[in-house]
Design a protein around this ligand. Structure first.
Ligand code: GLC
Length: 471
């Protein structure tokens, strides 16, 4: 009730003050609850700069290692065989990788030509390879007793490799993680799900997940990459709300401003919600695009099909296929993250070692066609059975001969554009000839073509590469 004008003024001022205080309080509260979280803004140029080392590196090692290495029949064994926590416990009790020597692993990665490595700190099974304050389910509590990630980080950094952490958003061991369609105890009816999830509290799991990511990004120095895996929205699935992805990512960026983040947080339409896309176990048909623009990408691939060590798997890719996969990824502007699943004693399987060696042998002579390279400018047609990569800084083009031609190679549309040509592996000159018209025994007679004269015998290189100096 207002009695006179001066009282009136006072009451209005009081009202305004109260409103202001309420606004301030609500804002503070929302900030505390992280409801106003914004992902840091970044210009496209700054993003390119932040990701430059990764884009130039092109080749990294993925490592899937956990208790599932003991079962040795897929990292999803717990789900595939619907194993209960009690029955899975035996792997925890005997986990003791006595031959684990991360220095050896780091050397193998480096010798293969890899520039970075990403290791599973926790996979879907929920077992932590690092010493976390928030769980007992970790390597330090097994017979092995040590923080695996700590040793690994040190060794890989010492070899000059950049380091990345894979962390599974999914957790098949945490008691508060609700049972969903990919969980080992997945159900068939809504009723069953309801029953199974009584007492489980995703809010608690969200806190756990955030706390662990915080530990990983606080206790191990600079972390170059984080690989969060994965979202599966929809019925009985999980997406960004379940992980509180936006706030999680905000924390990640705050803790490690230079970090590079994959795209599995279910934030695909969010600006700043991811740095690169992750085609898994297939070859992209062309440079992936989003909203009409090319995006950074990295294909993750296995040697033999599964990610964790799988003793009886016989479907190992050949060195030729793997080198082709690497060159092809670069020829479409992407990276390759090639996976090793170490054994439960801490060794790389001999077949993995063989392939890493073969890739290293190739990379020793040909890495110039990989590092710092990307897709060739569109004006250069790709010759049959070849892959083109291009280094924009040195203006050199690399022709990868997937199927070695006999005596000559035609480059259509290259006339007048090449200064000099040579094999990359031994720097031996390759003669260029002009297109000859009216020849009977030369296939190429079109204007604009050039011919490279090649030895009939294929050089002793899995996939020979020709280096073209462009004008
Ligand atoms: C999938 C699988 C997983 C693997 C990952 C690698 O998300 O669930 O086992 O770690 O792909 O990209």
């Amino acid at each position: 009730m207002l009695f006179n004008s001066s009282n009136n003024n006072i009451i209005i001022t009081m009202k305004q003050l109260l409103r202001q205080i309420t606004i301030v309080l609500v804002t503070v509260l929302m900030f505390n609850m992280n409801l106003l979280a914004q992902l840091p803004k970044e210009s496209p140029e700054d993003k390119t700069k932040r990701m430059e080392w990764w884009t130039d590196a092109r080749f990294g090692m993925f490592i899937h290692w956990g208790l599932y290495a003991e079962a040795a029949r897929h990292e999803w064994v717990k789900k595939r065989e619907r194993i209960t926590d009690e029955d899975y416990q035996k792997y925890f009790e005997v986990f003791d990788p006595d031959l684990f020597d991360p220095n050896d692993w780091a050397k193998m990665a480096k010798n293969a030509g890899m520039k970075y490595a990403v290791i599973t700190t926790k996979h879907h099974e929920g077992f932590c390879m690092f010493d976390s304050k928030f769980t007992d389910y970790k390597s330090v509590n097994t017979p092995y007793k040590k923080d695996i990630i700590k040793k690994w980080v040190q060794a890989f950094r010492d070899e000059g490799l950049k380091i990345g952490f894979y962390y599974s958003l999914i957790d098949w061991h945490h008691p508060d993680y609700t049972i969903d369609r990919v969980h080992p105890q997945s159900a068939s009816t809504d009723e069953e799900y309801k029953e199974l999830n009584k007492g489980r509290d995703m809010d608690k799991y969200r806190k756990y997940l955030k706390n662990q990511v915080k530990e990983l990004l606080t206790n191990y120095g600079t972390v170059d990459i984080i690989w969060l895996d994965y979202s599966f929205p929809g019925k009985n699935g999980k997406g960004h709300e379940d992980w509180d992805s936006e706030n999680l990512l905000k924390m990640v960026r705050e803790l490690q401003p230079g970090i590079i983040v994959n795209d599995r947080l279910d934030l695909l339409d969010k600006k700043g919600g991811w740095d690169f896309t992750t085609p898994e176990q297939y070859k992209v048909s062309k440079w992936p695009e989003k909203n009409g623009g090319k995006v950074s990408w990295e294909t993750c691939q296995t040697f033999s099909g599964s990610w964790g060590y799988y003793r009886d798997e016989a479907s190992w890719k050949s060195p030729h296929q793997l080198i082709e996969l690497l060159a092809e990824s670069v020829s479409k502007g992407g990276n390759l993250l090639l996976n090793v699943g170490p054994t439960a004693r801490g060794m790389f399987d001999y077949r993995a070692q063989d392939r890493l060696k073969a890739m290293g042998e190739w990379m020793k002579y040909n890495n110039r066609s990989i590092y710092g390279c990307t897709a060739a400018p569109a004006e250069y047609p790709i010759p049959d059975n070849c892959l083109l990569t291009y280094n924009p800084k040195t203006k050199r083009m690399y022709v990868h001969l997937l199927d070695y031609p006999m005596g000559a190679l035609t480059l259509k549309g290259f006339e007048g554009k090449v200064k000099y040509a040579r094999f990359l592996h031994d720097a031996s000159e390759i003669k260029l000839t002009k297109p000859r018209h009216n020849v009977t025994h030369q296939e190429s007679n079109e204007a604009g073509d050039i011919m490279l004269k090649l030895p009939v015998v294929k050089p002793n290189i899995e996939i020979p590469v020709i280096e073209l100096f462009l004008k």
